[in-house]
Design a protein around this ligand. Sequence first.
Ligand SMILES: Cc1ncc(COP(=O)(O)O)c(C=O)c1O
Length: 450
Amino acid sequence: MPQTKFLLDESEIPTHWYNVVADMPNPPTPPLGPDGKPIGPEALTAIFPMSLIEQEVSAERWIAIPEPVREALNMYRPSPLIRAHRLEAALGTPARIYYKNESVSPAGSHKVNTAIPQAYFNQQAGIKRIATETGAGQWGSAMSLAGQMFGIEVRIFMVRVSYDQKPFRRSMMETWGGQVFASPSMETQTGRAILAKDPNNQGSLGMAISEAVEEAASRPDTNYALGSVLNHVLLHQTIIGLEAKKQFAKAGDYPDMVFAPCGGGSNFGGVAFPFFADKAAGKNVRLVAVEPTSCPTLTKGTYAYDFGDTAGFTPLMKMYTLGHDFMPPGIHAGGLRYHGDSPLVSQLYHEGLIEAVAVPQLATFEAGVTFARAEGIIPAPESNHAIRACIDEALRCKQTGEKKTLFFNLSGHGHFDMASYDRYFAGQLEDFNYPEEAIQASLAKLPQVA
Ligand SMILES: Cc1ncc(COP(=O)(O)O)c(C=O)c1O
């Protein structure tokens, strides 16, 4: 019987995170303050504990994972690496397809991999409350769970469109003790100002971040936690790729191509960066970030300094951006509706070291259904983006006869996204045209940096 699952023992959970900065050809671009000058670590102490700020600016290749964090992660890690024999057969491809199943976390996605260390480091710093945002609801669920594990109260600003589409994500967050507000909300000045102009505003990740940062900055007992984009978040996620490399060694195989959905870049960085270390050492491996055509940050955005949020509370970060007030269409992959991208992912893309493709919504659901019917697991709409790109490559291999090894990150399951699947089956989902005018209007307002 051909082997399907490549498993690790709990003792094989990595002891260190991998920091890609050590292998980048150029140092990362610094974040800038409102005066256009690089900010020091002290500028972030109002909303982050020093331990996370140190990780944010570190150039060390390996950063130790504290034992209490490894112990908390072993609730669901190591996650399995699966050889998708059934999907290969369904596609009739000579390619070998593998996926890392991050849907096995209690909250249903990779987001718990960073929620746990963020809760731990905040608890160690004496923080009692965390304010955060959530797009799809996956990050808010992960943070509620981790807050519960480490005795921290969690307040979540959930993008209105997801709040309405996914009521049970809210129930889940509340079950773990989180408090959830539809964003824009009446809880913050930012939210009230947006609602005064537009009472039916559907929200965006940029707005929800502004609300959470505003709350964290205004209370000494409250810090902010971000589920993506920042260097320390991608660092925590490298546990995915590090485990995968051990599992590929057990399988006696190695990927030619690695695919991951890309919103703010955390699961892409998490799965791809440990393979980038091999690429930097001369190995031939292609790393592909997959994004929606309706929010095409890497493939159609501008590489420039921009704010991470709508209101402009965050430092300026150099990244691919569609403009911080760009309002992405209401696609069902809520976690990919972000105007910017991780500065590390952006820099590697700018330097031609990683690749990106954009795929339309309907094709992603078609791929997700093909995957579910072959492999059983119903994927999150975000994950469907990576599955689409991987299937496209597998079908190219079918034409050329190439026996490539393809690997994608199944970043989460779609059990709370069944209303989106229903709409797909009812023929009610649409492809949004590339929102060129809205993007150009938003890019025209990029902050001017000397
Ligand atoms: C299941 C899932 N995959 C992917 C993403 C995209 O985020 P990131 O690019 O940070 O991995 C999200 C974000 O919410 C998500 O919930």
